[in-house]
Design a protein around this ligand. Structure first.
Ligand SMILES: Nc1ncnc2c1ncn2[C@@H]1O[C@H](COP(=O)(O)OP(=O)(O)OP(=O)(O)O)[C@@H](O)[C@H]1O
Ligand SMILES: [Mg+2]
Length: 616
């Protein structure tokens, strides 16, 4: 090659450069929908119509009532790097518009035929342009209402290889619909219409976000949305997360918006999902529609060709703020699976507080000594340990549950009497608590009735207690009178070694006896364990299973322990046991779901009962 005659490196002609850029921005019809609607929103449009034919392969037209463009600007708009949104590099530091690269229209135009028409606000006439492959073919005046309409016809007509790669119309249509849905959910204050093959798919007018969600994603969600609204300083979080009933095996109803832009952020998705805790123990995707507002100078949106991924300056902080906000929202009473009458709502207080105060005001005074199976004071008042199974003296006539053989001094039962204050009234334990079929506990609260599943409730209590015990220095153990020798398989023995430090924290005393044999000498204080061998075996099996599912070790053991040592469905409980159970339940952090995600309680309001009896 003759190097002197010409350079090897050449600047590409604009048509080629645009086509290459189009490869990044325009992947399929849905990408065109995204770019055009973004432009309409940046142009301050309030009404946006999206018209599609053949899944957008044939036609994608976006009509808006935005500020419009004059003839010069309309022509410039199709030039590469032509933008009205930023002027200098420094502007990139705090982008407040959806577009800023001045690339989208040039890229789209380079791979399609375009009919663009725009009339500036306040004018009655404007310009119509016809472009083909990015080249201006025709320009003429036009009239009509102000705004802009960009019609993109036969996408990829001049890049046959890419046109061939488009999927079936129905698939492309689905992608367009997803994109359109995102805008509708991102801007509930704007009106949108989506039309496919002349049929109006949906048409939405300015409305509150909750209503918008129901219109776009379905009326079934009406009762399943929990509001999130927190100003956490670095980030404002607004929107809705779904209850357990919105959890799906597949993703698709997760919408996260940052400063009005739909984003996909794996870490924030994780923050949201992890806030559900064990409700999602078995995986799945809860619905969410969340709007985050963050100072634009703390976010870089210029890291991905379609701007779908962003970079946060304070990513860890944002992660924990989002997670915290969702957790708090979920802890609100609305998460309780209930039989509420349509339209009735829970109070705004955090659920645990609400339930507690409601319950106490019906069945006993709020100054009742706090009862806690774990013995750790978490709510300011000194909490004494109490054995759920140990009936106070006054109930000796009743049938106590069979329980531990021997007690260590720390686990002496504390009778249910007030903590010494003279004015403290006694608890009205006779009233308002019933056991149904030795399985459910019914209790009256101010607003109606709560039904508690005794097994899952106890499971929840023990689970949280176990997690606390892991953090404590001194386990509380009750020695057993007749130590039990257990022979394990080599594999089980191995697993036992792995979990032994945790079992000891819980209060188990297990000695190695050699040859895969161990001796159980003590068990957690205050528990009732019928068969140590079975319990150990079950916990080993659960641990193995949980490990396969990547459960965190403590969580894994705590769940298993709670599940196998909780009172059973079928165990009769006396009134004191029931009261203790309820007290302890309301002290847990998440009283509504057991560690496996099953509901602990159901709330039926008076309103609902009245309705059923035809009183309203
Ligand atoms: N619907 C519209 N109404 C009014 N002006 C528009 C409209 N669409 C595009 N424009 C103008 O055309 C310019 C170019 O649009 P284009 O989408 O190519 O680039 P951008 O939005 O500035 O940046 P990006 O490439 O990141 O989208 C915009 O900056 C805007 O001034
Ligand atoms: Mg744009």
């Amino acid at each position: 090659m003759d190097r002197s005659s010409s350079t090897r490196i050449k600047i590409l002609p604009p048509e080629v450069a645009n086509k290459i850029a189009a490869g990044e921005v325009v992947e399929r019809p849905a990408s065109v929908v995204k770019e055009l609607v973004e432009n309409s929103i940046d142009a301050d449009a309030n009404e946006i119509t999206i018209i599609l034919n053949q899944g957008g392969k044939d036609l994608i037209q976006v009509v808006d009532d935005g500020v419009g463009m004059n003839a010069e600007d309309l022509k410039l708009a199709f030039q590469r790097h032509a933008t009205s949104k930023i002027q200098q590099a420094a502007d990139l530091e705090g982008i407040t518009t959806l577009g800023f690269r001045g690339e989208a229209l040039a890229s789209i135009a380079s791979v399609s035929r375009i009919e663009a028409r725009s009339i500036e606000r306040g004018q009655i006439s404007g310009t119509l342009l016809i472009l083909e492959g990015g080249r201006l073919m025709e320009e003429k005046p036009t009239g009509g209402p102000p705004g802009t309409s960009i019609a993109v016809k036969t996408l990829f007509f001049n890049t046959p290889a890419r046109r061939k790669f488009l999927r079936a119309d129905s698939t492309e249509y689905r992608h367009c619909l997803t994109t359109a849905n995102r805008f509708a959910l991102a801007y509930p204050e704007k009106s949108f219409t989506l039309v496919h093959h002349g049929e109006v798919i949906w048409e939405v007018r300015s409305q509150p976000l909750k209503e918008r969600i129901c219109e776009i994603l379905g009326r079934r969600l009406e009762k399943l949305l929990i509001e999130v609204n927190e100003d956490a300083g670095a980030v404002q979080i607004e929107g809705y997360v779904g209850t357990q009933d919105t959890v799906r095996r597949q993703s698709g109803e997760q919408f996260l918006f940052l400063n009005g832009r739909y984003i996909y952020d794996r870490s924030l998705h994780h923050a949201i999902v992890s806030a559900y805790g064990e409700i999602l123990a078995h995986g799945g995707y809860p619905l969410y529609v969340l709007h985050l507002s963050i100072d634009p100078t703390r976010v870089d949106v210029n890291v991905h060709p379609t701007k779908m991924e962003v970079k946060f300056a304070d990513d860890r902080l944002i992660y924990s703020l989002v997670r915290g906000a969702i957790k708090r929202a979920l802890a609100s009473a609305k998460v309780i699976p209930d039989l509420q009458a349509p339209g009735s709502s829970f109070p705004d207080q955090p659920a645990a507080t609400w339930l507690k105060s409601n319950w106490q005001s019906s069945s006993g005074p709020a100054s009742q000594p706090a009862v806690d199976s774990g013995g750790s004071a978490r709510q300011g008042t000194p909490i004494q340990p109490v054995d759920l199974y140990a009936p106070p003296e006054s109930t000796q006539g009743q049938q106590p549950l069979p329980f531990q053989e021997e007690k260590s001094p720390e686990t002496e039962p504390v009778p249910f009497t007030p903590a010494g204050g003279e004015s403290a009234p006694t608890m009205n334990t006779q009233a308002n608590v019933w056991q149904l079929h030795n399985r459910y506990i019914l209790t009256q609260i101010d607003s109606g009735l709560i039904i508690i599943d005794q097994h899952v409730a106890h499971e929840r209590i023990l689970y949280e207690k176990a997690l606390r015990l892991f953090e404590e220095a001194r386990p509380s153990t009750q020695k057993i009178l007749f130590p039990r020798m257990i022979e394990l398989s080599a594999e089980d023995y191995d697993i036992l070694q792995e979990i032994l430090p945790f079992l000891e924290k819980l209060g188990f005393m297990i000695q190695d006896f050699g040859k895969h044999t161990v001796v159980v000498e003590g068990i957690p204080a205050g528990t009732r364990i019928k068969n140590y061998t079975t319990l150990l075996q079950e916990m080993i099996d659960d641990y193995r299973r949980g490990k396969r599912n990547n459960l965190e070790i403590r969580d894994n053991i705590a769940r298993s322990y709670a599940c196998h040592t909780a009172i059973r469905s079928g165990d009769p409980l006396n009134i004191h046991e029931m009261n203790a159970l309820i007290e302890q339940l309301f002290k847990t952090e998440t009283p509504y779901f057991c560690p496996h995600g099953r509901p602990v309680l159901v709330n039926i309001s008076l309103e609902e009962l009245d309705k059923r009896f035809g009183r309203t």
